[in-house]
Design a protein around this ligand. Structure first.
Ligand code: KIV
Ligand code: ZN
Length: 513
């Protein structure tokens, strides 16, 4: 069995998904879960791209002990210095330097010739190697690059000290056969290739990211880059959980394995979905809610007789334990704390108290409190950053009737601590709330997207609302949970405004990668 290293870029390429802007506490919480999942390398961000990214990479580098932490850098000293400053306190830091090698990127984006790109790459790797013991170099848009040019530049960056070479399918253009042949070509033509690990990094524009990644593994890649739930630029990156489970289930074919703890997959997927607002489609492979549901009578009959007739992956393998009804009205603080730990949350005393209060309030209103409800409460409390000055929802009241114009009355606490109350109308209840809040905050807010999802099932289920707004010319995402959809919607809207104020710069401030 070949060991394939898992390089998770949920916090870098994944965070580049439209409308995703995680705060520092959320990024650290995701990184801790990735460590628990057993990923080998966590790409925590792009330190030179913004102050927020730098600080998050630094915080993750200090927190994570059992995975290597890396940061992205363009092929220049400033980016490499920023990456080193953010990562130097990590147990096991490494750097990921990239430069585009395709004619189209060199000509139009970089405005540089192939010789210049080669020189920049070599110099960047040499410089990075003075600081980092492990240097990865990526040939951006490798799949649209000239193969012989790739051979030449890869030979030189290996001489300059690169330890890992990545051949990204940046625009999701390649096919499995073609991508496999690229790995064969590089392995047979680059004379010093045995000194490095070959990595694969696929985007899903044509829906081929998983097939392409598996082809790269078949043809010699020993590192896989991807994200949880396949989030990422445009159509996203390859979903790491699909690769890990495919290698596990088809080990007879691939003869390769990852070190992931597969039964942590569901929790990781749930956390990433909750914190990014990128809802997992029901039919998504491995982690979708329907991935283990057998609907057709013939299938149900088969599964009852012998599960393997229609079930190649068991729910338990990937951590889909039954959603237990664990705690109730009479459960005490101790039982709640134990359950929080079992669900992977180590909360400090204040956050634990807040979560316990929210849990008790929920047990008054909801008959069956499930693991999913507790998970939602804990994730919210754990990633709340209370030190920031924020707008807070005090109350919301809506008058709605099929024959009336919906009217909302909203009370909020401003970042300065004063209480504002305002009323407004809209063509629906949510619009009435959003119009009203927009009148109360400084600046112009425009709603770009709105999503609502129930946490688990049942008519008394918690609601998770997600919004994307444009606030003062910057895009920002926000989320809110409550038992009532209107309260959840109001919280999500204020949360997006708060996040936008905290970052004080466009949420999509990332330097274009
Ligand atoms: O898709 C891509 O090419 C990237 C690089 C920065 C590796 O994300
Ligand atoms: Zn990418």
């Amino acid at each position: 069995m070949r060991k394939v290293n898992i390089f998770d870029t949920t916090l870098r390429d994944g965070e580049q998904s439209a409308g995703v802007n995680l705060n520092m506490a959320e990024k650290v919480e995701i990184a801790k879960q990735l460590e628990r999942l057993g990923v080998d390398i966590i790409e925590a961000g792009f330190p030179a791209s913004s102050k927020g990214d730098f600080q998050a990479v630094e915080a993750i580098a200090k927190t994570i002990k059992n995975s290597s932490v890396t940061g992205l850098a363009r092929a220049n000293k400033r980016d490499i210095d920023a990456a080193w400053d953010a990562l130097k306190s990590s147990e096991d830091p490494r750097i990921h330097v990239f430069l585009a090698t395709s004619p189209i990127h060199m000509k139009y984006k970089l405005k540089k010739g192939p010789e210049e790109v080669l020189q920049y790459s070599v110099e960047a790797v040499q410089y990075a190697k003075q600081k980092f013991s492990v240097v990865q170099w990526s040939a951006e848009d490798a799949t649209r690059s000239d193969k012989d040019y790739l051979v030449k530049i890869i030979t030189e960056v290996i001489k300059a000290g690169a330890d890992v070479i990545n051949l990204p399918d940046t625009v999701g253009y390649t096919t499995p056969k073609e991508y496999g042949e690229l790995y064969d070509y590089i392995l047979t033509h680059v004379p010093n290739i045995e000194n490095v690990i070959l990595s694969t990094h696929c985007h899903d524009d044509l829906g081929m990211a998983t097939a392409n990644t598996l082809a790269a593994i078949e043809h010699g890649a020993l590192q896989v880059e991807g994200t949880i739930n396949g989030i990422g630029e445009r159509a996203g990156n390859v979903a790491l959980e699909e690769i890990a489970v495919a290698l596990h289930i088809r080990k007879d074919f691939y003869q390769a394995a990852t070190g992931l703890k597969l039964d942590e997959i569901k929790r990781t997927s749930q956390l990433v979905s909750k914190l990014t607002g990128m809802v997992v489609p029901g039919n998504k492979a491995v982690v979708g809610a329907n991935a283990f549901a057998h609907e057709a009578g013939i299938h149900q009959d088969g599964v009852l007789k012998e599960a393997s007739t229609y079930e190649i992956i068991t729910p338990e393998l990937v951590g889909f334990a039954s959603n237990r009804l664990v705690l109730g009205k009479h459960s005490g603080r101790h039982a709640f704390k134990d359950r929080a730990l079992e669900l992977g949350f180590e909360l400090d005393q204040d956050k634990l108290n807040e979560a316990f209060t929210a849990f008790k309030a929920l047990t008054d209103r909801k008959k069956h409190v499930t693991d999913d409800d507790i998970f939602a409460i804990l994730a919210d409390k754990q990633t709340n950053q209370p030190d920031e000055k924020q707008y807070e929802l005090e109350s919301v009241q809506v008058q709605y009737g099929t024959l009336n114009t919906p009217t909302a009355t909203v009370r909020i606490k401003t970042p300065e601590g004063s209480i504002l109350e305002e009323a407004g109308t809209g063509s629906g209840s949510v619009e009435a709330i959003y119009h009203t809040i927009s009148k109360m905050v400084e600046g112009t807010v425009r709603l770009m997207d709105y999503k609502l999802q129930s946490v688990g099932s049942g008519k008394d289920a918690l609601a998770d609302a997600y919004v994307k707004i444009n606030y003062e010319a910057s895009e920002s995402g926000g989320r809110g949970s409550a038992q009532d959809v209107l309260e959840a919607s109001a919280k999500a809207f204020l949360n997006a405004i708060n996040r936008s104020m905290v970052s004080k710069q466009p949420a999509r401030n990332k330097v274009n990668v």
